[in-house]
Design a protein around this ligand. Structure first.
Ligand code: UTP
Length: 412
């Protein structure tokens, strides 16, 4: 482990000396943990992210154009049949893996454990994790396979997540086919560039966004594990959509037949002001424009049929070929910043509670990697079949709406 002197040297170089302000007051164990944190943080990178992200309002993309899609409703019976057969072959041959991104903090939901442990199905006492697992088990029976299930957690929720699976006997899933891996994290930074201290001996760090998945996969040799299992297609989804259909032969079949390396299931945006990211092309490459970035003009633009031109919503239902993931792993993503209110220890060792946003959290977003693919298959699906997000305690995309959509779908 790094020595105190070395740690001090690093902190002086990056103007973060305050981190060691209370070192002498810490227990041996706390001292060790703090030195370990300092050793593991790449301060050069953090400094660069702070300089770039905190001061630059938006990127310099100028050329945004519409993007094509395939509507599931418009496929003929013959096409549906052909694609599905094709996709089923792949699944039966064990070429599909599923990744759940479960490293988020779930702050809006306010549930006390990892979001996946939230019990949505009160009739059967099923958590979000179990609902996902049920979908996999049905597919495994149908296709006589055991689909590997990779679960990305974070430092904050990993142990609790793993324990939840153990306590529930992995919901009857083959234990060898459930693989947990942790995503990375980045320190939170005040507007003056100083890292936030959560306690006298702890630097406040937060998960580095769902775009952190590429780096996390690389660090944990996930693609190698997939190669060993002869995987070709990887479906990556969130933990909080209880209608997620990760085993979809139609989706794989179209990707295979048409030669796509990247696919995304979309739903039509409900209205110009719905808070979802939409697909487009940026400088000729597939991309998503976040609802916070879209201009009013772009959001309201309609085609001759009256449909929104930028109306394909990104719902975190993405399929990647192993080849394209290998490419995406190698290219670092840019970070976005969110200005958050964070409690902290000040220079006098006092805990300060902040009501107002006071510090930056840095996040990479998975769709920022889409531009590395030449094209993307957008498969438009029906909202009521594919999308029941659980984000908030109340109101839109809440416990009540997700539960209703789920019961409507399963006929409960
Ligand atoms: P959200 O962006 O909705 O965030 O994540 P969240 O953490 O669930 O909720 P809030 O914003 O704190 O209320 C969408 C999906 O991406 C995963 C989440 O677990 C969820 O499945 N995610 C998000 C990660 O795996 N890691 C992250 O760093 C962020």
């Amino acid at each position: 482990m790094i020595s105190f002197n070395k740690a001090q040297e690093v902190l002086i170089k990056y103007n973060q000396q305050h981190v060691l302000n209370f070192y002498n007051e810490l227990s041996d164990n706390e001292k060790e943990k703090l030195l370990e944190q300092i050793e593991n943080i790449n301060f050069e990178e953090v400094n660069n992210i702070y300089k770039e992200v905190a001061h630059v309002a938006s990127d310099s993309v100028t050329d945004i154009t519409p993007i094509g899609r395939i509507d599931k409703q418009e496929l003929s019976d013959e096409e549906l049949d052909r694609y599905i057969k094709h996709g089923e072959e792949s699944i039966k041959n064990g070429r599909l893996a599923f990744v759940t991104m479960a490293g988020g903090q779930g702050t809006r939901l306010g549930h006390s454990g990892p979001k996946g442990t939230f019990v949505l199905d009160i009739q059967n006492n099923k958590s979000l994790f179990e609902i996902l697992c049920d979908t996999l088990k049905i597919a495994n029976n149908k296709y006589e396979v055991s689909i590997p299930w990779y679960i990305m957690t974070s430092r904050e929720n990993n142990d609790e997540t793993v324990k939840f699976f153990e306590d529930n006997n992995y919901f009857g899933y083959n234990k060898e086919d459930i693989i947990f891996f942790k995503q990375g994290e980045l320190p939170m930074i005040f507007t003056d560039g100083k890292v936030v201290m959560e306690d006298k001996g702890i630097i406040r760090q937060a998960a580095d966004g769902h775009g952190g998945i590429f780096r996390a996969m690389m660090k944990n040799n996930i693609l190698q594990d997939m190669k060993n299992r002869n995987i070709k297609w990887i479906f990556i989804g969130g933990v909080d959509n209880c209608l997620l259909k990760m085993v979809d032969p139609l989706f794989i079949g179209i990707c295979e037949e048409k030669g796509y390396t990247l696919g995304s299931k979309t739903i039509p945006k409900r209205s110009p002001d719905e808070k979802v990211g939409v697909f487009c092309k940026k400088n000729g490459k597939p991309a998503v424009v976040e609802y916070t970035e879209i201009t009013e003009e772009m959001a309201n633009l309609r085609d001759a049929k009256g449909e929104l031109v930028y109306g394909e919503a990104h719902i975190l239902c993405n399929m990647f070929s192993l080849d394209i993931l290998e490419k995406m792993e190698k290219v670092p993503l840019k970070y976005h910043s969110a200005f958050k209110s964070t409690n902290y220890i000040d220079n006098y060792g006092k805990l300060c509670v902040s009501e107002k946003p006071n510090s930056y959290k840095f996040e990479a977003l998975i769709f920022d990697a889409f531009g590395l693919a030449d094209d993307v298959l957008l498969l438009r699906t029906k909202r009521e079949d594919e999308f029941a997000p659980l984000k908030n305690k109340e109101g839109q995309d809440s416990i009540e709406t997700a539960r209703q959509l789920y019961y409507d779908y399963i006929g409960g």
